[in-house]
Design a protein around this ligand. Structure first.
Ligand code: F6R
Length: 613
């Protein structure tokens, strides 16, 4: 969704702000803008469209300011337009604000401000913020250095909803004030300069040292200082964090697209996920977890809650945990779970999966479980992300920054981490025999090599993509855990190729959807569970008979091979086979999208991090 960048230092701010916005393009946006303080006035340059359009705005290269705020907008209130783009200013152009999130009571605030004589030029919820700051600033009779900060705090106290905001003022040309609530914001430190961003990759090439802001923590930033205040404006200290991601991991590195790079990074991202947590002949160890047999034995059920691809990883996790730990697992969509009044209590363990750690629905679902007394465990890729700060326990996938909107390496790392977690639980609970666990460990350790083998077999996938990219509809079929992969393959295809597709449990096809199968329709089958091979083949046979064109991804010996295309993948335990069988599907959507000439990394209407409901 929207992205935020800010700079306070000694260098020209504009190129740094634009560079940061370009790094945030992956989040998805429809407008971009910056505001700087130039000759004691606020200059705002903004428009709908791409960040690069900003660079051609007249006069932008002449801006010498060393302080500024910047934003990419993903429209919520008001269509994409110049007026609705951020930054927004108050009527007197004294304050400029960029904002991520949604102000739920903006109508009420707007009416209040109108009653006080303020006018509005945009349809956004954000425009209320600079005007509210101006309102409180004008009312404050104490003319000291904290007057600006007090005005921001008073304005924020009136806001309902979620926000990460940056504010500058022409009356205080040396400082920027930032604050967040339920929307990410970090501050990067440098030598006589400080950076602000909604996402670490935006400023990773400038610094590796970050402050991760907490909710309602007001922060005043100058080039030489960063001061943190609580809601009562009491000052406090805060620990700085070093982030180990290197800047090049957030670059394309010679690949045409981030998505392709991230698909090819999977042998390594899986190695990082495994890390020192899993070794043969040793018990699994999570540095940050200390579950006892006593506690694990009391768990009556596990909920895995997430959205989109992360939820699909959860489905594979369910299969593994139920098999190894004999605890029932329910997988739920976060946006459903949070309004379902789920049956949870202090004997329920709730696991939340989120690559970004900032997905609004997943965070809200976690808060709900906590309020009902459940223990919560977050799985995220982003250290210090909101979800990890809310949860009782957090473990990280360590897959490195994922920039492409379509999630690939995060998904495979999430399944690996769930598998290791399941083994860790099973070892404590003694719920599975040692041989089963050791075999699975060995299969997990072999994954990086086996992924390499899948990635070496690109040609048949490219050929198939070429033969089907003009289609309007596709079907993905699988049984058991292969059905989970079918769901993920179908989602990948929709989001980056804009081809409609459906995933079905193969046995369910004849209960309705088979009516859609006719000559030339593409059906993709996944077959990796030896106990289900024959059943699955029969189901695919049923669509072949009705004229379907078929691709099968399998690590089994397939009798009576009538399929148009078969992609062989290495064999492994069917508990973790999704990690291998999804890769041809990731590549297939990638090549179909390329054949269609689409923007793979920035699919229409989508955002990388969904920070609003
Ligand atoms: C699909 C995709 C989305 C995300 C979903 C959750 O490729 O990326 O479906 O998986 O928006 O995002 P996170 O994992 O950041 O909570």
């Amino acid at each position: 969704m929207c992205g935020i960048v800010g700079y306070v230092g000694e260098k020209k701010a504009t190129p740094i702000l634009i560079n940061g916005l370009l790094k945030l393009e992956y989040r998805g946006y429809d407008s971009a803008g910056i505001a700087v303080i130039e000759n004691n006035n606020i200059e705002v340059l903004k428009d709908k469209g791409r960040v690069c359009n900003l660079e051609s705005i007249d006069g932008i290269d002449k801006l010498a300011s060393t302080i500024g705020i910047a934003h990419t907008r993903w429209a919520t209130h008001g269509k994409p337009s110049k007026e609705n783009s951020h930054p927004h200013t108050d009527n007197s152009k004294t304050f400029a604000v960029v904002h991520n999130g949604i102000i739920e009571n903006y109508n009420e605030l707007r009416d209040f401000l109108i009653s006080k004589g303020y006018t509005f030029y945009s349809q956004t919820d954000t425009e209320t913020i600079p005007n509210l700051i101006h309102y409180y600033f004008s009312k404050d009779e104490i003319n000291d250095n904290n007057r600006f900060l007090r005005a921001v705090r008073c304005a924020c106290n009136d806001l309902k909803g979620s926000y990460a905001i940056e504010v500058i003022s022409k009356l205080f040309p040396e400082l920027c004030i930032v604050v967040r609530k339920d929307s990410p914001l970090v501050i990067g430190t440098g030598n006589k300069e400080n950076y602000i961003a909604s996402d670490i990759p935006a400023i990773l090439s400038f610094t590796k040292n970050f402050y991760l802001l907490d909710d309602n923590e007001y922060t005043v930033i100058t080039k030489d200082s960063i001061s943190f205040y609580d809601n009562n404006l009491e000052k406090h200290n805060k620990a700085i964090k070093s982030i180990e991601w290197d800047a090049s991991s957030a670059e394309k590195d010679g690949y045409d697209d981030y998505m392709l790079k991230e698909i090819f990074e999977q042998p390594n991202s899986i190695r990082e996920t495994i890390g020192s947590r899993l070794k043969l002949d040793e018990k699994c160890d999570f540095e940050d977890l200390n579950f006892s047999k006593e506690y694990l034995s009391t768990i009556n059920k596990i909920y895995i809650v997430a959205c989109g691809t992360a939820m699909h990883a959860g489905l594979s996790g369910k299969t593994i945990i139920e098999k190894l730990c004999k605890i029932p697992v329910i997988v739920d969509i976060a946006s459903e779970f949070r309004y379902r009044d789920p049956l949870i209590d202090n004997k329920t363990l709730c696991i939340y999966i989120s690559q970004s750690g900032e997905t609004a629905d997943t965070i809200a679902a976690l808060k709900l479980a906590k309020s009902k007394g459940a223990k919560t465990l977050a799985i995220s890729n982003v250290i210090g992300s909101s979800i990890t700060r809310e949860a009782d326990y957090s473990i990280y996938t360590h897959a490195g920054p994922e920039i492409a909107v379509a999630s690939t390496k995060a998904y495979t790392s999430q399944i690996v981490l769930l598998a290791i977690l399941a083994i860790y639980f099973a070892e404590i609970l003694e719920s599975s025999d040692k041989e089963t666990l050791e075999n699975l460990k060995s299969d997990i350790l072999d994954l990086p090599t086996k992924i390499g083998i899948v990635l070496d077999n690109l040609e048949p996938i490219k050929d198939f993509a070429k033969s089907v990219y003009t289609q309007k509809d596709m079907f993905f079929l699988g049984r058991g855990t292969d059905y989970n992969v079918a769901l993920e393959g179908s989602l990948k295809l929709k989001e980056i190729s804009y081809i409609h597709s459906e995933a079905y449990a193969a046995g369910e096809l004849k209960h309705g959807p088979i009516a859609l199968i006719e000559n030339g329709v593409t059906v993709i089958g996944i077959i990796t569970d030896s106990s289900l091979v024959e059943k699955c083949i029969s189901n695919i046979q049923e669509v072949i008979t009705r004229g379907a064109k078929t691709l099968v991804i399998s690590n089994q010996i397939l009798p009576n091979n009538h399929f148009d295309y078969v992609i062989d993948i290495p064999s492994t335990s069917c508990l973790i086979s999704p990690i291998l069988s999804v890769i041809p599907l990731q590549l297939l959507s990638y090549y179909i999208s390329k054949n269609k000439g689409l923007d793979v990394d920035k699919p229409r209407n989508l955002a990388k991090s969904v920070t609003v409901e």
